[in-house]
Ligand binder design. Structure first.
Ligand SMILES: Cc1cc2nc3c(=O)[nH]c(=O)nc-3n(C[C@H](O)[C@H](O)[C@H](O)COP(=O)(O)OP(=O)(O)OC[C@H]3O[C@@H](n4cnc5c(N)ncnc54)[C@H](O)[C@@H]3O)c2cc1C
Length: 467
């Protein structure tokens, strides 16, 4: 094996951690993946990712990014029973503007239980000889040498021995998810902490699994979106592996999704259309219903920190989380790993650039690009998803935080028109789906053909919208 370029520690062995670890290993780094939990060998629920019991679907841009990073993952998932659905043709979809008459699908989404994709990624990533895993080890702090990162303070989880060890690393990637402690660790070391943008829609989730029958009147999947100002409840029925349906219900602030079977069924009666309720009445549950209250959408602005220790990167949910209703978090994490790969390969395998220092032994230390530049690129990879999710949450009066004003009102009014036109117009629909699936930038919604449809056919006149 060639000499490693250097040593990197990736904290958190879930989706973002696995993908970023693999990118670093392929660029020649010796990577230690530190995970607080003991990860199961099979596709089973692990406590460190509590949201894993809730519906998780992978958007086309995420699937595409993962396939580019780890060729063969799509086939691996399909072989294990993950379900590919044409977006939007395989989904009976009630949008805030009404039912979508679907035309054709240029994209597909993948539906599975979250443990399945976590297992598939572990299977794909950990085969790399440059990655060593440390399961059951919790990162509890960082160490620095002047302005550079020098390592991670670690502790065995669940052991009565509270002693710490230091894992030396030139590069540390924080992928510890929503509960990331990096702001506290930076503060303890006397570094600036990132500013935060927070938007809190107060969303609540509950999910159950049911035995799947193939001949349901709703087709392959059903999505009943909320309608701001009218009905903030949503419901979704997705096919997943193991011949099961996954049913998730939820609502914005003030509408807690129940986890008892009677309450769960009763909640579906209050959705904007009866379809899910009618289907659910006949389904056989396989296991209990699990509730979850996701914390607010939070963006930590590491990209603004001039004094971030060189060699420290924060990725995935640790950097930016969204209201999960829009299904984007995993895709953003995968795109971030792709961005890192692009920047590393631009520097060349083992090449060193302007962000690099030299060790006492004359060896170059650090990434081939300044980590602040990488952090900015990671920030940009999340930008569209953040804008989309936070501005949609701000349609609800009960949402706390965020910035409201004339620009947001214009944005909402224009998007209402695009969506209204998208119900029955092919051009507007494909722009809407491309943007939602993160395969096109939001500017696609302002392309001349879409603008025309929005202005001419997107008005409220003649529009029938369910409550
Ligand atoms: C209810 C819900 C539904 C969602 N649905 C979707 C969806 O449909 N589609 C989608 O794309 N996204 C969805 N998401 C978002 C998705 O779950 C996250 O974006 C994704 O898991 C982010 O991955 P991550 O690796 O950054 O963090 P996580 O998956 O949260 O993983 C963090 C990891 O770090 C470990 N860890 C934490 N602290 C430490 C420490 N100190 N030391 C070592 N290890 C540590 C944890 O054990 C865990 O393994 C949903 C989220 C929620 C809450």
């Amino acid at each position: 094996m060639p000499q490693p370029v250097g040593s990197a520690a990736v904290l958190g062995g879930s989706l973002a951690g696995l993908l970023h670890a693999r990118v670093l290993a392929e660029a020649g780094w010796r990577v230690t993946l530190v995970e607080r939990d003991r990860r199961p060998a099979k596709a089973e629920f692990a406590g460190g990712v509590p949201q894993a019991r809730q519906a998780h679907l992978l958007m086309p841009s995420g699937l595409n990014a993962i396939e580019r990073l780890l060729p063969g993952t799509t086939a691996l998932l399909a072989g294990e029973g993950a379900q590919h659905l044409g977006l939007p043709t395989d989904i009976r979809w009630l949008t805030p503007a009404g039912w979508l008459d679907t035309f054709s699908s240029r994209h597909s989404i993948v539906c599975f239980t979250r443990p399945l994709i976590d297992w598939a990624l572990r299977h794909q990533v950990l085969s790399h000889p440059g990655i060593e895993t440390r399961d059951g080890v919790e990162a509890v702090g960082l160490t620095v040498a002047g302005p550079r990162i020098a390592g991670v303070r670690c502790r065995e989880r669940g052991s009565s021995d509270r002693s710490e060890t230091v894992l030396a690393a030139e590069v540390v990637v924080d992928a510890t998810g929503r509960t990331s402690r990096t702001p506290h660790w930076l503060n303890d070391l006397g570094f600036d902490v990132p500013e935060e943008s927070v938007v809190d829609g107060g969303v609540s989730y509950a999910t159950g699994l049911f035995r799947r029958a193939e001949d349901l009147p709703v087709g392959r999947a059903l999505y009943l979106q909320p309608r701001p100002g009218h009905n903030p409840r949503f419901g979704v029925l997705l096919p997943v592996e193991g011949g099961r349906w996954m049913v998730t219900i939820g609502g914005m602030r003030g509408f807690t999704a129940p986890t008892d079977p009677e309450g769960f069924l009763a909640f579906t009666r209050e959705l904007r259309a009866p379809d899910l309720h009618e289907v659910l009445k006949g389904l056989e549950p396989v296991g209990p219903i699990h509730g979850f209250r996701p914390p607010p959408s939070r963006r930590r602005h590491y990209e603004r920190l001039a004094g971030l220790p060189e060699g420290l990167l924060v990725v995935g949910d640790a950097a930016c989380t969204f209201n999960p209703m829009y299904g984007q978090g995993m895709s953003v994490a995968a795109r971030s790993a792709l961005v890192l790969r692009g920047l590393l390969s631009a520097g060349g395998r083992g090449a060193r650039g302007s962000g690099v220092a030299t060790s006492a032994a004359g060896r170059a230390v650090g990434l081939p690009v300044p980590t602040r530049r990488v952090q900015r690129a990671v920030f940009r990879a999340a930008e569209t998803a953040w804008q989309m999710a936070s501005s949609e949450d701000l349609r609800y009066e009960t949402t706390v935080g965020g910035r409201r004003g004339p620009l947001l009102r214009f944005q909402h009014a224009y998007l209402d028109r695009v969506l209204s036109a998208a119900r029955s117009n092919r051009v507007a629909q494909s722009a809407f789906v491309d943007t939602l699936s993160l395969t096109a930038p939001p500017t696609r919604l302002f392309a001349p053909g879409v603008l025309w449809q929005a202005v001419v056919h997107g008005g409220a006149r003649g529009r029938r919208v369910e409550p």
